[in-house]
Design a protein around this ligand. Sequence first.
Ligand code: PMP
Length: 429
Amino acid sequence: MTRSDELFEQAKKTIPGGVNSPVRAFSGVGGSPRFIEKADGAYIFDADGKKYIDYVGSWGPMILGHNHPKIREAVLKAVENGLSFGAPTELEVTMAEKVIEMVPSMEQVRMVSSGTEATMSAIRLARGFTNRDKILKFEGCYHGHADCLLVKAGSGALTLGQPSSPGIPEDFAKHTLTATYNDLDSVKAIFEQYPEEISCIIIEPVAGNMNCIPPIDGFLQGLRAICDQYGALMIIDEVMTGFRVSKSGAQGHYGVTPDLTTLGKVIGGGMPVGAFGGRKDVMQFIAPTGPVYQAGTLSGNPIAMSAGLAQMEALCEEGVYEQLAAKTQYIAEGFKAAANKHGIPMAINYVGGMFGFFFTDEETVTNFAQVTKCNTALFAEFYHLMLDEGVYLAPSAYEAGFLSLAHGEEELEATLAAADRVFAKLAKA
Ligand code: PMP
């Protein structure tokens, strides 16, 4: 029994499933999750002292790599001044200005403490602003676990085979309409049915909670046009893609302007942070200027703001996103080449610093139905062999992979050499 096995058994006695967020439990791949002791650069180290090249990056925020000195120093400096005040600080103003500078569609922004809070608040604001109850989301997209958003959701909900959850009254869920990702006709049909009832469309601009599905050409622009036609707001959920797909998020990469944007993970540099923002006239609808209530005791926490600002400043340096994209392309193409060499069919997707690979015969994967047909048993086998080789991938076939700037040639080559050995084994089996 490993130390991780022991800790998992111990954890299950006091924590439901032994984890504080379901996907960590390895439900999608079986076995015990690795309990992590520390992380540095491209590596994480488990409770048994084993070192792994990490492609999870705390589910996205670690773009500079783990425990980056610039972030660590910013946090330590902030700690000296106290941990939380529950009163405004200059740091929050600097953060708001930085976010707005990087994502021009955000004219005003409010900080929260998680991605879930960001999307939940943005939806409430869209409903309040438009005075309409219904929202439209896409099957397989995950926007956190607020009641109205946990309908046909991706991520852990998908891994566990629970696209919806008990505990959400039918009266709430009925206001959530779901369309098919990358299928504008499915969206049009819903709007034709409810032309004056839909407050907003919320979308992952690159879907990262059903593996990694980029939008097909014109899809995001088509949604923008539909929102304009029917007077609905467009919310782009950049909790995963913000400052990962490009400096101005996926919206900058694909050239589409939403009314509201939600952010998370990355702007905290690893601390619990989220944010929502957008058009000033809409944001003015939030309390205390407007009637839509939203609040948070620890919102804009000074330690979290310091960590996030340090990360965002580093991300504004020349060439960062070119580097991140090149590394991501290299690893994704490398996985595919290694799989194909051993006769294992694989499709890949990648954008900016995120990637996904699919065990499927299909050439390209662009929608949820295709994702759910992939070979998850083969993924689980592949997953554990890679783990044995010292490569830590997301423990589910439905999650995107993430690169960091700390992944150098050595780590990328070691990963691909491991993949080559693993595919050779799988081909023989
Ligand atoms: N939106 C998206 C696109 C996400 O990927 C996530 C989390 N992975 C969330 C919202 C929810 O964020 P959090 O887990 O911080 O509540």
